[in-house]
Ligand binder design. Sequence first.
Ligand code: IPE
Ligand code: MG
Ligand code: MG
Ligand code: MG
Length: 335
Amino acid sequence: MNNVQTGSTLHDDRTGVSTLGGMGARARGASGRLLTEIWMQDGATRVEQALARLLCAEDDGETELMAAMRYATLHGAKRTRALLCLAAGTLADTPAHMLDDVGAAIEMMHACTLVHDDLPAMDDDVLRRGRPTVHVKFGEATAILVGDALQAHAFLTLASLDAPGDNRIALVRELAQAVSAEGAAGGQAMDLSLVGQHVELDRIVAMHRMKSGALVRASVRMGALCAVAEDAAHAALYCALDRYGACFGLALQVVDDILDATADTATLGKTSGKDAAAQKPTCASIMGLQAARQFALDLLRDAGEAIAPLGPRAERLAQMLQRANAYLFKHAPCA
Ligand code: IPE
Ligand code: MG
Ligand code: MG
Ligand code: MG
């Protein structure tokens, strides 16, 4: 294995990040690292502020439902999906203020899927982002409504964007598809139906692509959809973004499976070992930890290769891959 430890970032040349010309080398330098950290921190802060603004209390005071929505959405998140949207949006010259709101809408939808995923009828989890889950803190009925309302607020946010109607419709369609029966909802149904079963890897991969990959893939595409249409003129751009987003999304869930089996609860901010305890077939349980880890690395490399033809414009998308890579090496070092 040929890894280069560079401060907080461990660059693995199998990830394909180095296929982006001089980008990898620049990002490995101290100033490159600093610039990467600055745009990611700035982007996460801007999305956090957009979320706080969009989920604000009415004049007559905050209802318990709105308090629970803010609890579910604000604080403690890595904002990976929003940052992917921002990174793709930069590439398509999308105005920053628009990206903040689109990123916030995506994070609302993501929070919705997590709140419902944690419910007793689903994974029955008591800890999320280092705090009690929404149903533990506010009760099960409120948690169900939080998910419903966050989903509605995500679409309201997109419908209210200061953007041409065609772009808004495309964004709404993209987000809806990502959480539909062909996306997260269908993947979650599959997840529940496979409990206790030994299944082939391709079924796990199909489930992962739907239950969490679809929203990641949509996040990347939505960054570009804010500014440019998905048409023949932009076919190469969407093809590259699509492959990047699909590989990245699947990689994130594979990493999630690995960390569930290897990291501790304090590191994860959610209860570790839940998949095995609930008899969930995962990439880690089907492939073994070492092969699953290699699978995640290969997917991150494939994602890097997908955006290589876009050149330096895709630098931030490449940096997101480096961040995911570093996260894997930090929390799941070689078995
Ligand atoms: C859930 O997958 C994916 C969605 C929320 C749609 P997991 O059940 O593995 O996610 P964690 O481990 O609880 O975060
Ligand atoms: Mg789950
Ligand atoms: Mg879960
Ligand atoms: Mg998990």
